[in-house]
Design a protein around this ligand. Structure first.
Ligand code: PEP
Ligand code: MG
Length: 749
């Protein structure tokens, strides 16, 4: 790097700092920056374009272009060279702008006389804020050092924008993080909530961008990197010692490699040499990594860059003293906002959260499973929520629609509160029938159970009015830990579940892992199609160690009390007999050891694959009960992945084919006197539940929050009438019975 330029870069940064510290109003500051950048870089033009909205850029300040075009000239994302820089996030450096691809002439700016063009994106932590441009008459390409200098100015601009430095008199810029924002994500747990943002990982704000003395900054950086290395070594030692969790150990080993990487440190030191403070040097390097991440096609490389990004965050926290442990207390009615969160961390927050918004996440993620168990509204896939939300912001969460209203305006607030009030009224109605049975107008009684998976669910047994637990998903206990639970731990947990159920029936489903449920401490299988892969009972039978341990834990937990065990994902008779043989063996072992055995033991299976609907009669005669896992059954019936947003809602549960298929199962169970229930998500949707009852299902198991609404509707309906409606719709050649059933419901008083 030539000395001359180095000192220019430092000088430029020094002048920028003065601007940052000045009392000038927003617009004036922007003007000063364009002026001093053009001056320092020896160009005739320097312009700042910022986003007006997600799609439009506006010229907000310029040195060299027509002053009248400021706040007048606008362009769409992707339009012209500036729009292209904004869209791609890539620099454009050309000696001959008018002939460059995509050039668009803006007559009002008078820019046609400038030949050279250098545009760099203004972005912060991957969030696009605008474009910074220099132009000159002389036809030349800009050097690497000049590009660097302009990137640094763009970074300073981004930080200043974040700090609200350009808001103020005459700025015509909206203050960031003050406007209402509506973010559409996907529903992972229904429900509504109002509260205040709690950032799981508050972002680090770098206020000190310019370094006075490179030596001091370099010392600070080296000390911080050393601290980081020590902390990564400690984490690694802990992970290796405690869990042997290969996945976590691998990630930490990558962290260690990066933390010790000379190239990484050298690049950051070069940033310091060019005038940045230690934290700005880290952030500059982080931005470069993010840019590479966006372009990386290779999944492995992207993951490693993601590791490096996480590491930069840790380093920034060390340098700035900001971080997760800020000492701040949770706000009132906290709504957690995070990029993603693990199930264990979520459980630590527990029920104190009113809602959760995840920037990534998926409907089937572990966090979603825990949120569902805790009945906390959850929206996943909420793009940009991390960039938009500030700690303490007012937020309204519509988990039913997958919508987040951040800093909502008065109209939204009042409409939303009306909706919440209506829901509260409905809750009161449900509470009033809590102790009453779900008897329909035609006198049929439907058993309503609840699904559970955590100890935290059990209080709902009383509150919801459920008769028992129709599905206890035991995998949650495995998913929320960092290592395989021990038999005694499980036995005591299951015993506590049975204690809390106070004699009500609890159906324990054995470990259902694989597919969407991957244990963090078990080697992930690289399967082309995990939903059709090595999962649930297939794993249990192929590697019986865990299944045996779990069966033993269940038998011990029962300690003489009645016990119901259900095997997931049974696809053929033989799998059931093999699993049952394991129970018999476990039972014999317990007897031999002199332990109490259950006074009554029922063994059932989940019907989640179409094949089991056609299993031989012997199976139906032998199995003590069946529970239809509608979530899986439906995905296989329609060949539509339950995890794939594109197709998962494509086929209606009330589709005639599916209902006819279910009716066949009901008929077979009736003929063999096999107890049958339905425990997929559809059981908790009132209209679906009504139709399931109308075709002959007498037992439904659902989320606790659904028991009230389902009971309320069943008590108002005549199943014989609905049965006829369904059959008439089928005879009429309808695809779904929903329209006809909805018509009937509209006619109810
Ligand atoms: C189902 O598949 O319907 C079911 C209840 O099991 P899970 O959702 O846990 O796969
Ligand atoms: Mg299932």
């Amino acid at each position: 790097m030539p000395d001359r330029f180095e000192s220019e870069s430092r000088k430029l940064l020094g002048r920028l700092r003065d601007t940052m510290a000045s009392e000038a109003a927003g617009q004036e500051r922007l003007d000063q920056i364009t002026h001093l950048t053009a001056d320092s870089m020896g160009t005739e033009v320097c312009s700042i374009y910022l986003f007006r909205d997600e799609e439009t850029l506006e010229l907000c300040a310029t040195q060299g272009l027509n002053a009248e075009s400021v706040h007048q000239t606008r362009m769409k994302l992707g339009e012209g060279l500036v729009g292209r820089v904004a869209r791609t996030g890539k620099i454009i450096n050309t000696a001959n702008a008018p002939s460059a691809r995509g050039f668009r002439y803006m007559p009002e700016t008078g820019e046609e006389i400038y030949s050279s063009f250098l545009g760099v994106p203004i972005q912060r932590l991957g969030e696009k804020l605008g474009v910074l441009v220099v132009q000159s008459k002389t036809a030349r390409e800009f050097s690497a050092d000049e590009i660097y200098a302009l990137e640094v100015v763009a970074m300073v601009l981004a930080e200043m924008t974040e700090l609200g430095a350009f808001v103020g008199e005459g700025a015509a810029l909206r203050a960031r993080h003050t406007q209402p924002v509506l973010i559409r994500g996907a529903t992972a747990q229904e429900g509504t909530a109002e509260g205040h943002v709690w950032l799981h990982e508050p972002r680090v704000v770098v206020t000190n961008l310019v370094g006075d003395d490179p030596e001091t900054e370099s010392l600070r950086l080296n000390e911080a990197v050393e601290n980081l290395r020590v902390s990564v070594d400690q984490l690694l030692a802990g992970a290796t010692r405690e869990s042997g969790d290969t996945e976590q150990v691998q990630v930490l080993e990558a962290y260690r490699m990066f933390a010790n990487s000379k190239g990484w440190l050298r690049r950051m030191e070069e940033n310091i040499d060019r005038g940045l403070s230690a934290e700005a040097a880290v952030e500059k390097e982080q931005s470069d990594v993010r840019a590479r991440m966006l372009q990386a096609n290779d999944a492995y490389l992207r993951e490693r860059l993601q590791d490096l990004d996480d590491l930069s965050n840790r380093l920034l926290r060390i340098l700035t003293g900001q971080g997760a442990q800020t000492g701040a207390a949770l706000p009132e009615n906290p709504i957690l906002v995070a990029r993603n969160i693990g199930p264990g961390e979520l459980l630590e927050y527990g029920r104190q959260l009113r809602g959760i918004v995840l920037e990534e996440g998926s409907v089937g993620s572990h966090a979603a499973i825990v949120a569902r168990a805790l009945a906390i509204p959850l929206v996943v896939n909420a793009k940009r929520i991390q960039a938009e939300a500030l700690n303490g912001d007012h937020v309204m969460l519509d988990g039913d629609q997958g919508i987040v209203h951040l800093r909502p305006d008065d109209t939204v607030v009042s409409a939303f509160r009306d909706k919440m009030a209506m829901q509260a009224k409905a809750q009161e109605r449900y509470a009033s029938i809590r102790e009453k049975p779900a008897i329909t107008l035609c006198g049929k009684t439907i058993r309503l159970d609840m699904n559970a998976g955590l100890m935290a669910d059990l209080p709902s047994l009383e509150n919801s009015g459920a008769e028992g637990v129709g599905l206890f998903r035991t995998e949650l206990q495995f998913l929320v830990r960092s290592q395989m639970p021990k038999r005694n731990e499980l036995a005591s947990l299951y015993a506590r579940v049975l204690d809390a159920a106070k004699g009500k029936c609890v159906v324990f489903r054995t470990l259902d892992i694989g597919s969407d449920k991957v244990l963090p401490y078990m080697k992930a299988q690289d399967e082309p199609n995990p939903a059709l892969g090595w999962r649930a009972i297939r794993v249990g039978l192929d590697k019986p160690g865990v299944m045996r341990m779990q069966l033993q834990a269940l038998l011990r937990a029962a300690n003489g009390r009645p016990l119901s065990i259900m095997f997931p994902f049974v696809a053929q008779y033989e799998e059931y007999t093999a699993a049952r043989a394991e129970v018999d063996k476990a039972l014999a072992r317990e007897k031999k050891l002199g332990h109490a055995v259950p006074e009554r033991l029922e063994i059932g299976a989940m019907l989640e694959t179409p094949s089991l609907a056609y299993a031989c009669n012997q199976f139906y005669e032998e199995v003590e009960f069946l529970s239809i896992g509608g979530n899986d059954l439906k995905q296989f019936f329609f060949a539509a992945d339950r995890e794939n947003e594109r197709v998962r809602r494509r086929y209606d549960t009330l589709n005639i084919s599916f209902l006819t298929f279910l009716e066949n199962i009901i008929t077979r169970c009736a003929a063999t006197n096999t107890r049958l229930s339905f425990c997929g998500e559809d059981a908790g949707r009132p209209v679906e539940a009504l139709c399931l009852a109308a075709i002959g299902l007498t037992s439904l198991s659902m989320r606790p929050a659904s028991v009230g609404p389902v009971k309320h509707l069943l008590r108002r309906c005549d199943l014989d009438v609905v049965h006829k409606i369904i059959h008439d719709a089928r005879d009429a050649g309808e695809q779904s019975v929903r329209p006809a059933v909805m018509e009937y419901l509209r006619g109810l008083s």
